[in-house]
Design a binder for this molecule. Structure first.
Ligand code: PEP
Ligand code: MG
Length: 316
């Protein structure tokens, strides 16, 4: 039965009553594109560009090399959406030539957008390469910054995109609780939000994502995390803008329904999860997803939230 449901799962992501939730793929470069296309991804929701930077620990890849890699990904989704994240170096992804070696707490130090604002040449090359790669293609290019903390960060990123002459939507990742709490203010500077629930959980619970001993607190079903997702989605709705999820949370089929019920507008995940999420989402109406989301938020723990959502969805 499960096999049949998965085989029947094709086409755009939507709830049983036709509320559309685009299902996008997380990719690390051109090598991940065939699996995304095969799974029927409606585009790319997170292109982690840092993989392009891992070949050489001493300097950034040339503009030409970047143009080539970006173009290969953009060409794979004609008429589709491709959300490219600018370099997210530091913390769990250090780069020798960019990341300070002497930080006592790298996850709380210079990482993500902070690194790029300290090295404007690296950001400029990346944005220029993206502008060149997208030239003449019908793709909807969206470019977002990791680790945006406040409106000033969002403005600095949008300014850099404009200065590079980029024809794209500019967005901010919500990975720091301050960004979720003040999402409306950040949306004065950018056109969309994308929730990075892996880091958002890490910073909300002060629980290092690389430390197994605190993994209980990394559970994306934690009601406090769901509250921050709801705040971000509500802010985006009030501003008439979109708010996706591109962290691991989106790949859990039941949680994908809850995120939809919280008002999230697209879900991006590893390609292998797309058929499962599509099939589960298609079983429930938006109203059912909203009731499951309310039940999960009313819970006091991740386990209770999971059970509460399951109960709502299986009982109807
Ligand atoms: C996240 O933090 O949820 C995210 C999508 O980014 P990364 O896992 O690459 O840090
Ligand atoms: Mg992150």
């Amino acid at each position: 039965e499960r096999k049949a449901a998965l085989a029947a799962s094709t086409g755009p992501g939507a709830t049983a009553d036709g509320h559309k939730v685009p299902l996008l793929a997380n990719v690390g470069g051109p090598a991940d594109v065939p699996a995304a296309v095969e799974a029927g991804a409606e585009g790319v929701g997170l292109f982690r560009t840092e993989f392009l930077f891992l070949d050489d620990s001493k300097k950034a890849p040339s503009e030409e090399k970047q143009v080539e890699a970006y173009r290969q990904v953009l060409e794979a989704f004609p008429e589709g959406r491709v959300v490219v994240r600018v370099l997210d170096a530091g913390a769990d992804k250090p780069l020798d030539f960019l990341t300070p070696a002497d930080e006592p707490n790298p996850a709380l130090g210079v990482r993500g957008l902070r690194t790029l604002l300290d090295h404007p040449d690296v950001l400029r090359t990346q944005l220029t390469a993206l502008a060149k790669a997208a030239e003449g293609l019908p793709v909807y290019l969206e470019v977002m910054a990791p680790m945006v903390a406040d409106r000033a960060d969002a403005k600095a990123f949008a300014d850099a995109c404009r200065e590079a002459g980029l024809q794209a939507k500019f967005g901010a990742m919500v990975e720091i609780p301050s960004a979720a709490l003040r999402a409306r203010s950040i949306l004065q500077e950018v056109e969309f939000l994308s929730l990075g629930t892996n880091d958002l959980a890490q910073y909300t619970f002060a629980a290092d994502r690389q430390v197994g001993a605190v993994s209980r607190l990394q559970d994306p079903w934690q009601p406090a995390l769901l509250d921050l997702v709801a705040l971000s989605a509500e802010a985006a709705k009030a501003e008439g803008k979109s708010c996706g999820v591109c962290g691991e949370a989106a790949s859990d089929p039941l949680l994908a329904c809850v995120l939809t019920g919280l008002g999230v507008t697209s879900l991006s995940m590893g390609a292998a999860s797309i058929p499962y999420v599509r099939a589960t989402l298609a079983k429930y109406t938006l109203a059912q997803c909203e009731r499951a989301a309310a039940a999960a938020r009313a819970a006091d723990s991740a386990d209770e939230a999971r059970t509460a959502a399951q109960t709502v969805l299986s009982g109807e």
